[in-house]
Design a protein. Structure first.
Length: 114
């Protein structure tokens, strides 16, 4: 039984890596956050400065490596919208999400067809 659990836990690692890569790629191709953060009148110097500050001027694989390192250390970055740590925002909204999920689970798991 212990060997089975260990095997299953080891299988989680590549799955999480693949999921994190897919999410990172989707965010990467979704658009340039610099254009969303700056006004339309931003100068090329301002754009370049913000790109460098965010690390967006680095190659894709370097950005992904930094993302993985930060994720493993519990740093999920700062929300561009709320200017707060992303993990704090998620944890703040977690109780409401669990509440909604529990209501959905209770209403959808009723007996069917008597």
């Amino acid at each position: 039984m212990g060997k089975y659990i260990l095997n299953r836990l080891l299988q989680i690692i590549p799955v999480l890596l693949i999921i994190s890569l897919i999410v990172f790629i989707l965010v990467y191709v979704a658009g340039d956050p610099v254009t969303l953060m700056l006004a339309d009148e931003a100068t090329p110097e301002q754009i370049a400065t913000l790109r460098e500050a965010l690390g967006l001027n680095k190659p894709f694989y370097v950005q992904y490596g930094i993302f993985l390192k930060n994720m493993l250390m519990g740093d999920f970055g700062t929300s561009f919208r709320y200017h707060q740590p992303a993990l704090a925002i998620v944890l703040d909204r977690l109780p409401a999400s669990i509440h909604v999920e529990s209501i959905i689970m209770m209403t959808s798991s009723g007996q069917k067809g008597k």
